[in-house]
Design a protein around this ligand. Sequence first.
Ligand code: ADP
Length: 333
Amino acid sequence: MKKIAVLTSGGDAPGMNACIRSVVLTAQRYGIDVIGYLHGYNGPLKQEYIDLNASDVANIIQRGGTVLHSARCLEFKTDEAAKTAAANLDELGVEALLVIGGDGSFRGAAHLANFWSGQVIGLPGTIDNDIYGSDATIGFYTAVETAVSSIDKVRDTADAFERVFLIEVMGRNAGFIGLAAAVASSADHILLPELFRTSDDEMQNIMNHLLCARERHGNNSYIVVVTENIWPGGVTALADELSKKSGSESRPVILGHVQRGGSPVTQDRLLATKLGAFAVEAALAGETNIMVGEQDMQVVTVPLEKTWKKQKALDPYLVKVATDLFDETKIRT
Ligand code: ADP
């Protein structure tokens, strides 16, 4: 194998740079040239790329974002675009394309594979952790860390004013960030897509829970972690409704894109480094249409299709801790 390419696509995640670095250093070890395609799938489509050598990836392990930039490229869903990209890859003599991204980016890789004889390998890079086949995804740990430190800060002001705060975290349609951040910041209540029933049920539940907490502990701060896209109208609408119903002033906080940024924490750097190296070795071994992941601390390969066809479950014991063992309404006095 003489040449491979790497790109980052979809939502950026802290640790993508650490992963690119690992790909380049591992490829160098095996005497393989690496090019980095820019702006997601726009790169192979428009032949926008840079050569990547060891010196290009020095001092990037600690940087958030991605030096290759990311982008969405809706055009790539067409057959024509995939055929153009395949021809461009062949023109440069690329034998394997490594795609760092989420499930959308993996669908893109599988789509390309229908028209290209080279190998495609996915690396799970998304803060949402919603990829089946890997215990964690690159960026997840940093996003949780950011959410937890932000919630801790909101807690300080919530305590001072004895207020209710509803804090929206990212997750697309998955509750991994919400669950981990809520437990680690000792939030009083959580709303996760996996457990969500109806808005009426959930509102009743929050009301019962809030009243119970107020009866027991007086007018303390009360924090609810809410995953994005879950409440009609978002946390702002939820805060208005809750203020009216409970008579307690409730404030919304949307953490938003701060969760994507910042220097990756150690766990993300390690995961990114392991998977970057393993992806190159998987390419050398002739693997294609797979994602590299980590399960029980072992690197694994997973058929690309499985990563989006199967749904990854939340940690059931952590769910029990959050929604049962620590639930105010269920604790006997
Ligand atoms: P993520 O990878 O974070 O899930 P997206 O869902 O936005 O992000 O997907 C990233 C990119 O992957 C899209 O902009 C598009 O270029 C490509 N992509 C997504 N789905 C497909 C598909 N079904 N076919 C081809 N390309 C796709």
